[in-house]
Design a protein around this ligand. Structure first.
Ligand SMILES: Cc1cc2nc3c(=O)[nH]c(=O)nc-3n(C[C@H](O)[C@H](O)[C@H](O)COP(=O)(O)OP(=O)(O)OC[C@H]3O[C@@H](n4cnc5c(N)ncnc54)[C@H](O)[C@@H]3O)c2cc1C
Length: 446
């Protein structure tokens, strides 16, 4: 049945992930009535959690780590009154686990902040002493540098700076793959070092990483109340086509309803644009990025076991197909035994093609090599997200679009749009804000 609807609001947001949530909160703050269309029956997009019967607790779709330098994402949580669910960090510490040496902390020493971290590198025993000095030498150069080369990838730059392969493998690559979900030879140098400087060499209170102490979706429980009375959320309502008739956008949903708006903020993944926007819009040079969109996968494994693997809340697994271990029992404050752990691999191109059985077999072998424990897995879940994030390589970077589109009244947000940040929660939160502020600037009287 075809239905047309003229809603009270003049602005539509399509997609209620972090970018859509951020845009909605920003519109609410500015008193702008709006309607949010979300295809799924929950909000949060790629950042959500769900109860898993077999594991017996609420699991995240993939472990998310927050840099303390995130500003817009934390502001969003403050607006939702859930920032207290984020673990407070009093000391910068990233535990590295080595098959050979056991636990090697990468942590601040003697001083707080970046000076403390630089001292920490002197104690970073994953590298021979000579390489620690070589790494420090480059870090001082980076601190003093204002500009980084635009046209080479990060690995090439590091080699040019005489960083040996062992430093790249054990220090630079773990950082690159974790922050960018991409391999170091694909990340443009300029964005890598700009972000590195903020996240690891920035202000003392912004260096380090933290996480949610509750399942991810709980961070958004207050969303619908927070956007009242300006915002209206329509769940399980996918927009399947958008067109423009004179000054109005027509949004057609999966149930063939039609809604009309003056402005639209699209907060969806870039591959969705091809499906819902008219072809004549997509030929504009602005949409050229669509030719270069590629996704990098993330693999997440959740296990329940009767044995404790490590009491640490999290740690990086050196030289392993599995990058991070997270102690969910500790992070969520769950009773034990049993113990719940999750493992994640960024840019997991090789692993996602393996069967679940093979992945678990490999994981058991790795756990034994790192922790000398033959554990009995009681329950497990493997989540292969093949479209976890857009690959921010030099091609996509060149065409990464701003939030203002050439179609009058159409704005685009999402972690992948131009924020000068990696494709993260912070980028998503910032993009939503940018889209709204640019819209209001164009048309203050909405
Ligand atoms: C496994 C995993 C681990 C990650 N780890 C980290 C991390 O540690 N730190 C970090 O900062 N970031 C991490 N990220 C990235 C982070 O999740 C994203 O940057 C962020 O969630 C993107 O938000 P978004 O709003 O831009 O997009 P999305 O979350 O993709 O939101 C898009 C929304 O649009 C909806 N939608 C799509 N099509 C339609 C339609 N036609 N009509 C209506 N609605 C539609 C979707 O259902 C979705 O809700 C990770 C991502 C994954 C997948």
């Amino acid at each position: 049945m075809n239905q047309s609807k003229m809603l009270n609001s003049k602005v539509a947001i399509v997609g209620c992930g972090v970018a859509g949530i951020s845009a909605s909160l920003e519109l609410t703050k500015n008193g702008v009535p709006h309607t949010i269309f979300e295809a799924k029956n929950f909000i949060g997009g790629r950042f959500y959690s769900f109860f898993d019967k077999e594991l017996g607790f609420e699991i995240d779709n993939g472990q998310h780590f927050f840099s303390l330098a995130y500003k817009n994402f934390f502001e969003l949580l403050e607006q939702l009154d859930t920032k207290s669910h984020v673990e407070k960090v009093s000391k910068i510490e990233i535990p590295f686990f080595s098959k050979e040496f056991g636990l090697i902390p990468f942590e601040e020493k003697i001083f707080k902040g970046k000076l403390g971290l630089l001292f920490g590198i002197l104690n970073f025993r994953l590298l021979p002493f000579k390489q620690r000095i070589n790494l420090l030498r480059l870090l001082f150069t980076i601190i003093l540098s204002k500009n980084f080369p635009k046209n080479i990838n990060t690995q090439k730059y590091l080699l040019q700076q005489n960083q040996e392969h062992i430093i790249i493998d054990k220090f630079w690559n773990p950082i690159a793959v974790s922050i960018f979900n991409n391999s170091i030879d694909c990340i443009p140098t300029e964005i890598f070092f700009n972000i590195f400087k903020i996240a690891l060499l920035g202000k003392s209170n912004q260096i380090g990483f933290t996480y949610s102490k509750v399942p991810q979706s709980l961070l958004f429980v207050n969303f619908q109340d927070s956007i009242k009375p300006q915002g209206q959320l329509l769940l399980a309502t996918a927009v399947k086509k958008i067109k423009k008739n004179s000054a109005m956008f027509e949004l057609e949903t999966n149930s063939n309803q039609k809604f009309y708006f003056e402005k639209v903020i699209l907060c969806v993944q870039p591959n969705v644009l091809k499906k819902i926007l008219p072809e004549e819009w997509l030929i504009n040079e602005y949409f050229r990025f669509l030719d270069f969109v590629q996704f990098n996968p993330i693999l997440s494994i959740f296990i329940t076991t009767n044995e404790e693997i490590t009491p640490k809340a999290f740690g990086f697994l050196d030289d392993s197909p599995f990058h991070w271990i997270f102690n969910k029992t500790q992070m969520f404050g769950l009773p034990s035994p049993p113990y719940h752990y999750s493992f994640t691999t960024s840019n997991a191109k090789d692993l996602v093609s393996l069967s679940q059985t093979r992945i678990i077999e490999l994981l058991e072998q790795e756990i034994f090599k790192f922790f000398r424990k033959k554990i009995n897995i009681i329950a497990c879940k493997v989540i292969k997200d093949k479209f976890a994030t857009v690959a921010l390589d030099s091609y996509f970077f060149k065409y990464r679009p701003e939030q203002v589109s050439p179609v009058d009244g159409l704005f685009i947000a999402g972690d992948w749009t131009q924020t000068n940040l990696p494709v993260t929660l912070e980028s998503a939160a910032l993009s939503g804000k940018l889209a709204v502020s640019k819209m209001l600037k164009q048309n203050g009287d909405i």
